[in-house]
Design a binder for this molecule. Sequence first.
Ligand code: PBG
Length: 336
Amino acid sequence: MIPTVAPYPLGRSRRLRRNAAIRDMVREASLASSDLIWPLFVREGENVAEPVPSMPGVFRHSVDRIVAEAERALALGIPAVALFPYTPDHRRSCDCAEAWNPDNLVNRATRAIKRALPELLVMLDVALDPYNADGHDGIVKDGIVLNDETLDALERQALVQAEAGADILGPSDMMDGRIRRIREALERRGFEDVAILSYAAKYASAFYGPFRDAVGASGALKGDKKTYQMDPGNSDEALREVRRDIEEGADMVMVKPGMPYLDICRRVKETFGVPTFAYQVSGEYAMIMAAAQNGWIDEEAAMMESVLAFRRAGCDGVLTYFAPRIAERLRAGMGG
Ligand code: PBG
């Protein structure tokens, strides 16, 4: 599309920037609390909220406290929470068996939330890293991350999560063939209404650092995730990954990280037209918070602008640690 404009002075761009009313009237992208998914960290214990040092304002909550956080989400009009576990060390192993323990942290938290708030959507990651003694997303043997053996584990994990009441499964490990494997298993077992939001274009990124601290996986991880997550230099490959996942039965797709990959969000949405999400990851959150705490940027303004940008890029929704704060601002009428 070639924009049509009248030449100056017949056309003056500043006429539509003159005041807030006219700017609001012509703004193209908008933000609503219904576009947000709020990632939360769960830990053992009772009535504990333990701060995550590299993510100011983010806590690991015990299961009872997670229900209170979920209540807050629902009251603010946030439709979904995504739960991540801080697994105790003695439950991490090389076979990752804790991933399909029906009573692991995220499954207990899911049951507690669905019991108290059936209308709030719960999303769970399907990936082995919070349970793996090796810190990787797949089963490791002789230093190699195995693909097909990992699929067996992911299938077991996904079924147990569906059983616990998860509404949305988010396969986040980037193994080949995982979406088909999980989708077929769900169909076979009568979980045909469980949605899959695939982490379809997930890059091997430096921006996941604070998350790995939050789930306690940084110490364990040997090496990097470059043999399964995508190379940051690639864009066409993202389209191939998304296409594969849609063809294997994903209902929604995600680009991750978010802000450094807005071009990928735009291409994915334009090419496939499926529900498309971005994950504003832990490192993006930490950067904004750190700069703000130094007085170098305006925290609230940077928060709102960073998330509105995903909507402008074509995303239908955003996973963000800022979700409740954004929803609070929107509720107070302090929009984008
Ligand atoms: C793990 C997973 C990661 C994130 C979500 N799921 C980290 C990784 O791939 O190492 C990152 C989220 C964030 O950084 O906020 N499968």
